[in-house]
Design a protein around this ligand. Structure first.
Ligand SMILES: Nc1ncnc2c1ncn2[C@@H]1O[C@H](COP(=O)(O)OP(=O)(O)OP(=O)(O)O)[C@@H](O)[C@H]1O
Length: 260
């Protein structure tokens, strides 16, 4: 369980986040939404231990997140590396295998058997549809293929909490749906907690149990997609006119753009 209590974050004199309190429960999918510059990534960096709150507390299983040792934290919490993958020298399979770093000692010796690790890697390669690309180098892949490599690397990390910063960026709609479906299935099989910054409100409504709206560094609204995604909230937060309709099959709200 991750708990935020009156969390604030400041860079020099600029207050980026104000007084955010929220509890993330195990096994749920959370979407963090809000306009550009609202503070979504900054909040994700607090959850991942990268940012230390300048006031308030952020805990995971009752420990201050930023004080947990990096490898220990990485065994419990995995963060999608948007730009962090090595671009030269390594094959797709080697890069995915790097997701095992939290389970290796200083000499690089893995704590689990090589059979277990090989199986984990192959499962991730299959799930992400990377079978035919596994011997390629990253610079030979498209943006969408790289994104799938990053997710596969996350899968082998075996963490219970997954943080994703705009995971569907660079993906066409087919891969967006594939990726979110895959994350959903993976989440259900492993009882994961997923916390994702999402720009696409319809994807957020389809895949998240709860949404948090960050607006000007504050938690402006939170709750089920149905409670949060109203035309009034969207108008206030994004200055955009929309209409909300229920999805005919999934029974979740969908946002229809309504230009002037
Ligand atoms: N290192 C930094 N130094 C100064 N200001 C920063 C820094 N990082 C972020 N900010 C500011 O903090 C605010 C929130 O940034 P953040 O990246 O968290 O927003 P976001 O909601 O994720 O935006 P986007 O949707 O555009 O990715 C912005 O005004 C940004 O300019």
């Amino acid at each position: 369980m991750i708990k935020l209590k009156e969390v604030a974050f400041r860079i020099q004199t600029e207050q980026i986040l104000h007084n955010i309190s929220y509890t993330f429960h195990p096994g749920k999918t959370y979407g963090i939404i809000g306009p550009n510059g609202a503070g979504k990534s900054t909040l994700l960096h607090i959850l991942s231990g990268l940012n230390k709150p300048s006031a308030g507390i952020a805990t995971m299983h009752d420990k201050h997140i930023h004080t947990i040792a990096r490898k220990q934290l990485a065994q419990q919490l995995a963060v999608l590396q948007q730009e962090g993958l090595p671009t030269i020298g390594f094959t797709v399979k080697e890069i995915i295998a790097m997701g095992r770093f939290p389970y290796q000692n200083l000499l690089g010796i893995e704590e689990r058997s090589s059979d277990y690790v090989e199986k984990q890697i192959n499962v991730a390669i299959t799930k992400m549809g990377l079978g035919s690309l596994q011997t390629k180098k990253l610079n030979e892949l498209s943006g969408g293929e790289r994104q799938r490599v990053a997710i596969a690397q996350l899968m082998v990390q075996d963490a219970g909490i997954i943080l994703l910063d705009e995971p569907t960026t660079h993906l066409d709609i087919g891969y967006q749906i594939d990726l979110m479906d895959e994350i959903q299935t993976w989440k259900q099989q492993q009882s994961l907690t997923v916390i994702a910054v999402l720009h696409d409100l319809n994807i957020a409504a389809l895949y998240c149990d709860e949404l948090l709206v960050i607006y000007r560094g504050q938690l402006y609204a939170f709750g089920s997609p149905e409670a949060v995604l109203t035309a009034d909230t969207i108008r206030h937060v994004y200055q955009a006119e929309t209409m909300i309709q229920m999805h005919p099959i999934k029974n979740v709200p969908q946002v229809i753009l309504s230009p002037k």
